[in-house]
Design a binder for this molecule. Structure first.
Ligand code: SF4
Length: 259
């Protein structure tokens, strides 16, 4: 699909349900054997999940639509034990085999030798460097294999995410970025999780609305912003890791209006 077609397609799919949008893209970008679209032998579409509740909603839907769908996880090496536990429970429930991507060992060795294992607390530059090595570089490896990247981003998650669209052209990575839950509220997500008995991270019941790496995530107080527990020592507009946003700006997305 060409970049200019995205806006038209986003308009056509504007009133479709999340499941219908997923079905459309999964059917278009799933490998169907030699001679068909997707010559590489792999699906050109995948869900990227950090095992948050939005990722769990999409895992549940996608596992129903296409049980062998690609679902990838960036394992930074600093995830909480509860997240690994959830991965195991989800694998058992849905039969998924996550594509797991690690950072390059030599990159991690270098930043830790230079700055220590907890460099992220020293200053924003070192924190971003850690996120770049542990998250962004491994993500780039997997995105090279994709035409469509499905995410669990929602507009209501933070100020930095308020302008995302359901279907976007990601200029930086040269692919379609699908954010099917863009207009869901936090309540919508939890209703779906509870209504379908979907496994979720135990930390959510201990005051952690958003969960990333263990040293960079804390519980929040009632009424606090849902991302207030991520890199809590930084300003709200800086609290992104570079996977989707760079310097407080939405990285690369330029087209698509299926709100
Ligand atoms: S969230 Fe923290 S530990 Fe994880 S990659 Fe970013 S700075 Fe490093």
């Amino acid at each position: 699909m060409k970049r200019n077609d995205i806006t038209m397609l986003a308009r056509e799919l504007a009133d479709k349900s999340v499941e219908d949008i997923l079905k459309y893209f999964i059917s278009e970008y799933t490998y169907r054997g030699a001679g068909a679209a997707g010559q590489s032998g792999m699906d050109r579409i995948a869900l990227g999940t950090g095992l948050g509740v939005e990722g769990q909603v999409l895992t549940h839907m996608i596992a129903t639509i296409h049980p062998k769908a690609r679902i990838f996880v960036i394992d930074t090496g600093r995830l909480p034990e509860e997240t690994y536990d959830l991965m195991m429970r989800s694998m058992n429930r849905y039969g998924v085999r996550y594509e797991i991507y690690f950072p390059e060992a030599s990159d991690v060795e270098e930043i830790e030798r230079m700055n220590g294992p907890n460099l992220f607390y020293e200053n924003a530059d070192l924190r971003k460097k850690c996120c770049y090595v542990r998250k962004v570089k491994p993500l780039r490896r997997v995105l090279q294999t994709l035409d469509v990247w499905i995410t669990g981003l929602r507009r209501g998650q933070s100020v930095t995410r308020s302008s995302i669209e359901k279907i976007e052209w990601d200029e930086t990575n040269g692919l379609i970025k699908l954010n099917p839950l863009a207009d869901w509220s936090e309540d919508d997500v939890w209703k779906y999780i509870r209504g379908n008995n979907i496994p979720y991270n135990r930390l959510h019941d201990q005051g952690y609305p958003s969960i990333g790496c263990a040293p960079c995530t804390r519980a929040v107080s009632p009424g606090e912003d849902i991302r207030a527990g991520r890199w809590w020592w930084e300003q709200p507009e800086q609290r992104e890791c570079g996977l989707h946003f760079v310097d407080g700006k939405h990285a690369g997305a330029t087209a698509g209006r299926a709100r």
